[in-house]
Design a protein around this ligand. Sequence first.
Ligand code: CP
Length: 315
Amino acid sequence: MPDTLTAPPARTQVPRRHLTGPNDLDLPLIEQLLEGAAGFERAGSASGPLRGKLLATLFYEPSTRTRFSFEAAMFRLGGQVLSAENAAEASSAAKGESLEDAMRIVSGYADAIVLRHPEVGAVERAARAAEVPVISAGDGAGHHPTQALLDLYTIKKELGRLDHLRIGLAGDLRHGRTARSLALLLSRFPGNELLMISPPELRMGTDVLDQLTGARVDQTDDFRSAMEGLDVLYQTRIQAERFASPDEYERYRGVYVVSVDLMHRLPERAILMHPLPRVGEIDPLVDADPRAAYFRQARNGLWIRMAVLDWAMER
Ligand code: CP
């Protein structure tokens, strides 16, 4: 009797295309992904390049934009999605399974994994264990590389260039993974000036500052004066979930608020960005200002994540 069992197709032995942090993104790859995103945006839809592929999304922390845009991107590329939207409680992590074991298991079912996890470095650990590409959707107060890519895409689309810009990064720069990743990617382009605007206790870590050798970097806690000469104000949320206690968070809540009055100080050519969600640090009255780019920015996540998935699942 013939053996009807057949082995699953062998995985290709080419190096896997993980995206675990900004250090996986050199300038040629950034430009390739930005061009890819622009192509997907121009086309409006894709011809199904990832038909037959499966993406697993595992989110051990909450998300709206990142998870939905990755999943929408996969469907728009013709692929399908397996999703654990509350993986900390709804996967076997709740029974004590290690992240490494989970990655080995999910690698057997999916062609790539998108992972958000509360621990810094967790996505790199996952990539070492997985047998398919692993893409970061954020690791605690570490990094958020696809957010930084969509931020670059937005700046280029809105201002026409990624070099010789003065960018103010404002808010909780100690815990804000989006600002940390964006600073690193902006420093790859010539002539950029980064103004870090934060209370002294919430300054960006030296692990990032020490790598910003390609940019001029200044620090201030004077939010109003910092607006002068900016091309981009990148406002961020005070990250309540990263503080040791609610009392510590309360000390910084509301420290910087973008109001209609503050927008008068921002140059007319400038744009206001925010990775979102916002929780009070931009007055909704500012939304009507044409320089408020944050909803356009969130939309751009779709095109970037289409480009990232298309690249990671090399066809
Ligand atoms: N900007 C961002 O990462 O948003 P979510 O947490 O909603 O995914």
